[in-house]
Write a protein that binds this ligand. Structure first.
Ligand code: MG
Length: 397
């Protein structure tokens, strides 16, 4: 995925704070990079915002030592370049905000990278609340009885009325929270563990928004196990999508088919690399998600996609499946042409598609056929491709 700078962003930006070292977790890898049902925890958080229609851009704040882990977590997702965080969560959030100064978005949502299950509707509630208030905090009322303890003994019972458990994403008007962070940093002293506390210091009104029980923060090994059980135990529904694409031949010496360069006496014309097989498969995955088509996600009018390798289109669609907590069951591509001969390259195509989607090759099929010299493919004017994809999605999303 071509990375983007933040100079063109308007609307609402999501900042995913993921620079922590996970010392409370006790493991060697920071908790946001631990594997949850085949993907790093952070990927779920990134993908939830990257795939949300009301979020215009997503930027992560990371520890520079984690760059390789981050790249793995972010693979195929459309994100701004990550920026390095600071010594504390507060510093990391402020540095993320500072990095958006030139872009000056209207609103910003600040989210913990270790909260992988943020519901789409919760993000929408926070965004819409910012129409009426400069700050919005998702929270759940405290339902357990609270005790103050000392040296293993119960001291007193703390009234829970009016007490809330704060979650993220916390939303703010961008300029207001940036100035609040700067003021608190300039004053030095206390280390704040969330951004609503910074807003409080600045006297910004923060509206309480209904949180979500599933929006848990992965903090302990038990949390990670619970998160894995939640994914494993969800009832699934199967969805099937279909894709079709055509590209015309032009001058050249190779065609890109299913991620493989196949020598030929022509090339395929298109805005990107014109990989007709990957385009059809990308549309099949988007179709299974009812998430529009490849042109919605990668407009041909956008110069970023000129000559682009279509791998990233397919990886993006695969990332959207992961963002919904889903998995790809299988996919099947049929290439329709007289020439070039596909057979000698089929195994390489299967391997390439499987690698892009992170699937076992047994779940990927690539086939080829001709149209008996009939029609435009028969006249060798271009290549057509059809694809289907079956996706298993959690039923409660
Ligand atoms: Mg196409």
């Amino acid at each position: 995925m071509a990375e983007r700078s933040a100079t063109t962003v308007a609307g609402t930006v999501a900042l995913i704070v993921a620079a922590g070292r996970g010392t409370r977790f006790g493991g060697e890898r920071p908790k946001q990079y631990l594997t949850l049902a085949g993907h790093p925890v952070l990927r779920y958080s990134l993908a939830a915002f990257a795939g949300h229609p009301e979020i215009s851009a997503v930027r992560a704040v990371i520890h520079p030592d984690d760059r390789d882990s981050y790249d793995e977590a972010a693979q195929g997702l459309d994100l701004l370049d990550p920026v390095p965080g600071g010594a504390s969560r507060q510093d990391s959030a402020r540095l993320g905000l500072e990095s958006l100064e030139a872009a000056a978005p209207d609103k910003v949502l600040i989210h913990d990278g270790a909260r992988p299950f943020v519901p789409e509707a919760l993000i929408s509630r926070v965004v819409s609340t910012l129409e009426q208030a400069p700050g919005a905090l998702p929270a759940l009322p405290v339902t357990d009885t609270l005790k103050r303890g000392s040296e293993g003994l119960v001291g007193e019972t703390v009234p829970r009325a009016g007490l809330w458990r704060a979650q993220t994403p916390q939303g703010f008007r961008y300029q207001a929270i940036l100035e609040a962070h700067r003021a608190v940093a300039a004053a030095g002293g206390a280390d704040y563990t969330d951004d609503a506390a910074i807003a409080e210091q600045a006297g910004l009104a923060v509206q309480l928004v209904e949180g979500a029980g599933e929006n848990l923060k992965v903090t302990t090994p038990e949390d990670l196990e619970q998160a894995a059980r939640r994914l494993a135990g969800r009832p699934e529904e199967l969805r099937t999508g279909f894709g079709f694409d055509v590209h015309r031949f032009g001058p050249g010496d190779r065609v890109w088919l299913c991620g493989v360069a196949v020598p030929h006496d022509a090339s395929l014309l298109g805005h990107s690399d014109a990989d007709v097989g990957l385009h059809a498969l990308t549309d099949a995955l988007l179709g299974a998600l009812a998430a529009g088509d490849i042109g919605d996600h990668f407009p041909p009018s956008d110069p970023r996609w000129a000559g682009a390798a279509s791998d990233q289109f397919l990886a993006h669609a695969g990332g959207l499946v992961a963002a919904r907590g889903g998995r790809i069951v299988n996919c099947d591509v049929t290439l329709i042409c007289e020439r070039p001969k596909v057979g000698p390259h089929r195994a390489a195509m299967v391997a390439r598609v499987a690698a892009i989607l992170g699937l076992e090759p047994e779940r990927v099929s690539v086939k080829a056929t001709t149209t008996e010299q009939l029609g435009f493919t028969g006249r060798r004017e271009g290549i057509a491709a059809q694809a289907t994809a079956t996706v298993a999605l959690p039923r409660d999303l």
